[in-house]
Design a protein around this ligand. Structure first.
Ligand code: E4P
Length: 214
């Protein structure tokens, strides 16, 4: 499973990239606004570090404006993926952009039917939002399972990005289901590294080593 970092914070991106496990980055307007920096500066810093797919989201809502905005975003780099919201205009923009070979990540997917339409419109990536469904007492991971079945049934050339990840179990379940990608917040990624028995085991090894030297 590919792992993307779900952030626009360059320090976190650099740190996670240094672990050798990072395949890409996803951002959204909320994440970029948190950085309190100029958008272009944020994007350029990310693209300097990440050579894999970097999703940048359009803020236009009309399809022609989305397409125009997407083309501007693509001038930042060949690895820029355009994030388009799952709306009627979003579908039109997805069709137009994918027909020109521009990769689209359809975001804010909350139902299998939405995913089916996004895949048919040519989305390279589908982003179901798991945590936000769990938040309203819906089983988010079931959505991932259904989307993977649909993608497999028809052989769509699209990858499922498990998004709105809240904790390590979301990542583990995504991997067990065979999701192509999970986009993970930095704090969750750090938690995935840790295990108390690893820390205890290492401490013991080092103590025994010291004893032996004495
Ligand atoms: C995905 O691409 C989104 O940026 C993100 O996963 C949204 O997650 P949230 O529900 O934590 O805002």
């Amino acid at each position: 499973m590919k792992i993307f970092l779900d952030t626009a914070n360059i320090e976190k991106i650099k740190e996670a990239a240094s672990w050798g496990i990072l395949d890409g980055v996803t951002t959204n307007p909320t994440l970029v606004s948190k950085e309190g920096k100029d958008f272009e500066q944020v994007v350029r810093e990310i693209l300097e570090v990440i050579k894999g797919p970097v999703s940048l989201e359009v803020v236009s809502t009309q399809w022609k404006a989305m397409v125009e905005e997407a083309k501007k975003l693509r001038t930042y780099g060949e690895n820029v993926v355009i994030k388009i919201p799952m709306t009627e205009d979003g579908l039109k923009a997805t069709k137009a952009l994918s027909s020109e070979g521009i990769p689209v990540n359809v975001t804010l997917i909350f139902s299998p039917a939405q995913a089916l339409l996004a895949a048919k419109a040519g989305a390279k990536y589908l982003s179901p939002f798991i945590g936000r469904l769990d938040d309203i007492s819906s089983y988010g991971m079931r959505l991932v399972e259904d989307i993977l079945t649909i993608v497999d049934n028809y052989g769509f050339n699209t990858e499922v990005i498990v998004a709105s990840v809240r904790h390590p179990m979301h990542v583990l379940e995504a991997a067990l289901l065979g999701a192509h990608i999970a986009t993970v917040p930095y704090e969750v990624l750090k938690k995935l590294i840790k295990h108390p028995l690893t820390d205890i085991g290492l401490e013991r090894f080092l103590k025994d080593w010291e004893k032996m030297k004495k």
